[in-house]
Design a protein around this ligand. Sequence first.
Ligand code: M6R
Length: 611
Amino acid sequence: MCGIVGYTGSKEAYPIIIKGLKRLEYRGYDSTGVALQNGRLKVYKKKGKVAELEDSLVGKNLHAHVGIGHTRWATHGEPNDRNAHPHSSASGKLAMIHNGIIENYAQLKQELIRKGYSFKSDTDTEVLLNFIEDIKTNNECSLEEAVRIALKRVVGAYVILLLDESMPDTIIAARKGSPLVIGIGKGEHFLGSDASPMLEYTKEVVYVNDYELAIIRPDELILKNLGNEKITPYVQKLDLELAAIEKGGYDHFMLKEIFEQPQTIYDCLRGRLDANAGTITMSGIQKYAEQIMNATRIIMVACGTSWHAGLVAEYIFEELCRINVEVEYASEFRYRNPVINPGDVIIAISQSGETADTLVAIETAKAKGAIILGVVNVVGSSIARVSHAGAYTHAGPEIGVASTKAFTAQLAVLTMIALKIAHDKGTISKERYMHLLNELNEVPEKVTRVLELSDHIKKLAEKYKDATDALYLGRGFNFPVALEGALKLKEISYIHAEGYPAAEMKHGPIALVDEKLPVIFVATKDSYHEKVVSNMQEIKARKGKLIAVITEGDDTTAAICNDVMAIPEADEVIAPILSAIPMQLLAYYIGVAKGYDVDKPRNLAKSVTVE
Ligand code: M6R
């Protein structure tokens, strides 16, 4: 994780870096720092968010045309001023920022200690920096050469940006496993963990690949591999507007993103789904359509909310396509030497496309011969690039740390893929296929109606905000929605919440139920409904507070609940896209009512690029 920014050109570097860091704070926000190059290297860093560093620097002379900045999500060493980046080398002549983890840092550190080095921080970054400086000094070589030599010994993941006092206009950058984008301006270059820091300056970007090293000056971008061979930078046009990464009048990104869902789902369906013609066109998977259709097994790999989308998809694929589906936590899948058989297809689901666990899991499966299909939001991200085929979710930048619009877009894409396979395989009747196409087509309009519940849910949030625990229950297609509801509440409000299959609740969690426990059911009208209502009765009998997402007009279920959130009727295959939204709003309003920073909840980061 961590966000990195760099600038070299004729403009003042500091304001560009600070603004860029604010946009990248979703990647980590426990400490911040900048290094400015103005004849001498100056480093300013501090525990806390970017705004706190900015406040502490008011009145200082920050004039410089070259600089780097970092917003941290701690891995090695607690969040404090010492461990904040940039780090300075022993001589004070180099400064470096780093996103990632150097796994063999302890060994490198011991080697350096034996040579007489001491360390000011607890970080792996300072070790790598001094390792580079040691190579530079001993070999009397350039910084570029020293970085190359050092990186051949490094185990782990990194994006590093370095400044060298003796090269006043140059930034040296390198990447393996963490994202790095270089923006190309007129006589200037921008660097970032994503393109957001450079949006108002340029639309021309280069995505740096693993094992590449860049030497960046105002008028020059040299890209090389670790073998010192030059690579021609592949310049791409950014299809992203500034407005997409601003709050647009909402109090929080999370609320903006929740309210964007009618549009994001529409964007996701647009050009793919034609309900009148009865077609689904997904050009990104066309080349592998045959293999996907004939897959003997589909394995969904993902983390967090994306894993929940995979769980919903398991129900949908098995129901519609009659293909065996397994849903795996990417982090577990990777480390248990998974069995991959010929004919297995992996669907990797990720908003950021940079989640390290997911990335490593699919690399493992790819090496074993599986076909990888990426369902990814961020265009050009690592997972998108390593996948054989894929479908973007087109939800636009998701900045709030809690995933919302990306989840519903993932569900929309996965549903379309399932419908396409089912249609091509003949495992769905024409009538049901057409019905589901029409249902999917109506989702954006129904989401607009769900969002009208916002004020009502805000009042519920006030009523339940002081709960210390909550239980989320659902069955079938709505079971993963219950898990997602619990995750949202935990992340945003710090209330302990558990998601469970509604029926499984009686095998243990029911012991938690008393008159203080809110139990949130996802109980829309579907083939499981009667059974879910029985589970609700079991909670009611034990005096739990019953809150439920129900289908509009279902007065019978409403009558047994303390509170309900009624959403438009939808086929059970489609319903999770709608039922997830009241969960998002409830978590959001409870988090706000408790006075928390819902866009940047404690200890979290948006893009988890460490394993
Ligand atoms: O970018 P990804 O979808 O791969 O991220 C996976 C999880 O880290 C992410 O969904 C996380 O659980 C969110 N904080 C959930 O709101």
